[in-house]
Design a protein around this ligand. Structure first.
Ligand code: MN
Length: 320
């Protein structure tokens, strides 16, 4: 597919195959994180488990709260085999982890926590913060070569921006739209926020070797004649060089992409592994807590709440 194949008044052109074969619109699942934070989970879904190495995608908020209420409040919990990527549209989140990191994140900055063999962390709305909370919480599955490595935390304050007529994008992870984020990732991947300022037709360049997902946070966009809004995931198969969107006013969305992940993974609770035995081992390490001889998940200091209880394991888990 080449750029020349597109006419400006065609919302989305597919040269080699019918559009219906390469685009899907899937409904996110609604869930609650902590006591009162409503989220829309766009990944994993029964029909779409991953996009590139992205294996989890929560769109949380917009959530309004005052000083007496609690916004985000997630007690200590462990992770293995993944990176967590936190991107805010509004508000602030305070992250603490077992490496001793205390990092506040606000819109424009990125937090990336690499779990590797094991880490634990907490996430809360800072005590001085009230107002709005709106953002994306994503997980990236680590490939075989790095999934058992050391835990790391990275805050990236400066991220590349791309400005064009009517469009303003920030690439927070990986590579896309001609720029590269300084966040350390382990597979070919893209994570971006794209803002469309006004009604019109907008073009976003895509890497043809990537599959992509669009999660609308504000407004709605029309792709191939179909309106896509908040609570829906637009999935695009590899092979596209651009995405053409129509808007009736301002809109904003998260754009994720990546080379289809070649390894079957096993996602259970906050763990990404490959085998049932690995998950059992990680679960036992969390249950053992600080009595665990290898201190696999360490300890988070300074959070005023309890650590999270790990669910029971039912049956034998299988990677797919
Ligand atoms: Mn977490």
């Amino acid at each position: 597919m080449s750029n020349e194949a597109f006419a400006s008044d065609v919302p989305l052109a597919c040269q080699s195959s019918p559009c219906e074969d390469t685009i899907e619109v899937l409904e996110s699942r609604v869930a609650t994180v902590g006591e009162r934070l409503t989220i829309r989970r766009a990944l994993p879904l029964a029909k779409r488990r991953m996009i590139g190495a992205w294996c989890f995608l929560d769109h949380f908020g917009p959530h309004e709260f005052n000083a007496r209420e609690q916004g985000m409040w997630v007690g200590a919990h462990p992770h293995i085999g993944l990176q967590t990527v936190t991107w805010l549209f509004d508000g602030a989140v305070l992250h603490r982890d077992s490496l001793g990191t205390v990092a506040r994140i606000e819109p424009g900055g990125l937090n990336v926590m690499t779990a590797g063999h094991g880490i634990s962390h907490t996430e809360e709305s800072p005590s001085d913060h009230e107002g709005k909370l709106h953002g994306l919480q994503l997980w990236v599955a680590l490939p075989e070569a790095s999934r058992d490595g050391s835990a790391e935390f990275q805050h990236v304050a400066e991220l590349p921006k791309v400005e064009r007529a009517g469009m303003n994008a920030t690439v927070f992870a990986g590579q896309g739209l001609g720029v590269t984020s300084a966040a350390k990732m382990h597979t070919p991947i893209l994570g971006a926020e794209v803002k469309l300022s006004a009604a019109g037709t907008h073009q976003v360049p895509l890497a043809p070797e990537f599959e992509h997902g669009v999660v609308v946070s504000d407004g709605r966009v029309r792709v191939n004649g179909r309106w896509v809004g908040v609570g829906e995931l637009l999935y695009l198969k590899p092979g596209r060089r651009e995405l053409i969107l129509e808007t009736e006013g301002p809109a904003r969305f998260g754009l994720v992409g990546g080379e289809p992940f070649p390894e079957p993974i096993l996602l259970w609770w906050n763990f990404v592994g490959r085998s049932h035995e690995e998950i059992v081992e990680a679960r036992n390490a969390w249950l053992a807590g600080l009595e665990n001889t290898d201190q696999r998940f360490g300890e988070v200091h300074g959070f005023e709440g309890d650590r999270l209880d790990i669910p029971e394991l039912h049956g034998r888990l299988v990677a797919r």
